[in-house]
Design a protein around this ligand. Structure first.
Ligand code: GLN
Length: 194
């Protein structure tokens, strides 16, 4: 049975774990490099990307995480999306730098620091929109042709992307009761093993 790890340094990792358990995945929390052994996929949760980066550096996780996510399905939500991006502008903070995207942290500013909006998502929520919850969210300001855009906001702004085995969302499917994103990621993990 495929096993999915959830990076559990800071942020909304328990919520992801519960959703993945619900869709039938075997799950475990990742805090140290050894925890990545035997995993078939990884979720990097939302939280605070500077804190996640600092702790990952302290625990010697940056290189092992980068190595893992080079070949195995990895999904970053919000801070996790920032962590996966190659370009986060001038901000100097540890990131994995794997997805060909440019991300603007806190793209929605202080005034609109959280909101929910129904979104149509390619391959995931095409008939009934997905309730997308944004909390001090980033936005993808540029995606290279290697990246598939899965969702954009009605006013414009890329908020869900996929690059082969890498998935990124600016919003938080783990804070809803809609399982479609977690099912989709679980399918990515299973098909990577097939
Ligand atoms: N603004 C946060 C950051 O820069 C991300 C917020 C979130 O993950 N909900 O890391």
């Amino acid at each position: 049975m495929p096993k999915i790890g959830i990076l559990a340094l800071q942020g909304a990792f328990i919520e992801h774990q519960k959703m993945l358990d619900t869709v039938g995945a075997e799950t475990t929390q990742v805090r140290l490099p050894d925890d990545l052994q035997d995993l078939d996929g990884l979720v990097i949760p939302g939280g605070e990307s500077t804190t996640i980066g600092k702790l990952a550096t302290q625990y010697g996780l940056i290189a092992p995480l980068r190595e893992f996510a080079r070949s195995k399905p990895t999904w970053g939500t919000c801070a996790g999306l920032i962590f996966l991006a190659k370009d986060i502008g001038i901000e100097a903070q540890p990131i994995l730098g794997l997805m060909d995207i440019q991300v603007n942290r806190n793209a929605f500013g202080r005034q609109v620091d959280s909101f929910e909006i129904p979104l149509i998502i390619k391959g995931i929520a095409e008939d009934a929109p997905f309730p997308a919850v944004f909390i001090r969210a980033p936005m993808v300001t540029h995606a290279q042709p290697t990246v598939t855009v899965l969702a954009t906001l009605p006013k414009g702004g890329i908020v869900a992307v996929q690059q082969q085995h890498l998935l990124g969302t600016a919003f938080h499917p783990e804070l809803t009761d809609d399982l479609r994103f977690h099912e989709y990621f679980y399918d990515m993990v299973k098909s990577n093993l097939a």
